[in-house]
Design a protein around this ligand. Sequence first.
Ligand SMILES: Cc1cc2nc3c(=O)[nH]c(=O)nc-3n(C[C@H](O)[C@H](O)[C@H](O)COP(=O)(O)O)c2cc1C
Length: 352
Amino acid sequence: MKAEPTILTPKQTTFLVRQRVARLATASGSGEPHAIPVCFAFDGRLIHIALDEKPKNVPPTRLKRVRNILENPNVALIADRYSEDWDLLAYVMVRGQASLVEPSTEEHTAAVRLLRGKYHQYERMRMEAPVISIRPERVASWGALDSLESAEPVVDILLGRRSVRRYLDRKVPEEVVERVLEAARWAPSPHGRQPWRFAVITREETKTRLAEAMGEEWRNNLEMDGQSAEVVEKRLEGSRRRLLDAPVLVLLCLYLEDLDHYPDAERQQNETMMAVQSLGAAAQNALLVAYASGLDAGWMCAPLFCPEKVTAALDLDFKLIPHALLTLGYADGDPPKRRSRRPLGELVVYRD
Ligand SMILES: Cc1cc2nc3c(=O)[nH]c(=O)nc-3n(C[C@H](O)[C@H](O)[C@H](O)COP(=O)(O)O)c2cc1C
């Protein structure tokens, strides 16, 4: 099969080849639509889709997409980019004629090489089934096709995450909590010593005990600051509600016992400082994976101000130093708007 020169513009081509997944829409002879995500490669003229060895219930040639193409070769393929930054949204839609390229042909060999080059997973597959090849006839596109900004999932997650302070009364599955803790475990730490420990609190009774212990200290502090009785009660009630309403609390404690010990106070202080920095990294890992797992989270600094009260309330080892509480759950209603950030130019103070 000799393909015509591509009708895609350079921008559309660049966008398309960078995408890892696209959606292939086919229709049966009677017009019944069918759409499916596909891995694909574009050689500049034809788009190739393997009928590979990913687990399937039927032989490749019995797949609905293949039967549709045999009945009706008109197909559409759309590759799109979603980003939390909507200035980066984009898609390319190609409509054209699909055909099956049979194995043991030059075209098949070339398509398989291209697909294997793009997806290393294909290297270990035999790739002996026909390949779907689409000859583009019409192309539509929209959005920031040529944006160099990455829409990497991790960037999306860190832009999407925000502090949530009100939760629905909905249980968080244990395995999701484990994923969050597992993410925290992989944070960078000084000498790789992981100077942090986590306490997970879900029981109403324990939350109440913790809220009361921390509330007592806070009340003293607010009164010391000269706040009116009304303000003190309001703020305490708000904080208590946050703790009781969050389905899961994760207390992040500093644990300094495994760190290096120095004869001088200054280096010792820096060692502790590194541990605190690392606790922040563990917290951020947890927040990002919570968000990526469909959860919402918040950060409460209250334990830092009354560490002994917290260890006593939870009957924890006195060597643990409570630093922060992460609340986990599903956001209730509209969470407060994500706070804006200072421009980068203000934060980067030196470049040379
Ligand atoms: C060390 C630290 C302590 C924080 N303590 C609290 C807190 O006690 N209560 C609270 O509502 N938010 C707390 N936050 C969350 C910040 O207010 C929030 O991250 C910030 O306003 C930016 O909003 P965003 O997280 O929605 O982007 C804390 C954040 C950090 C990093």
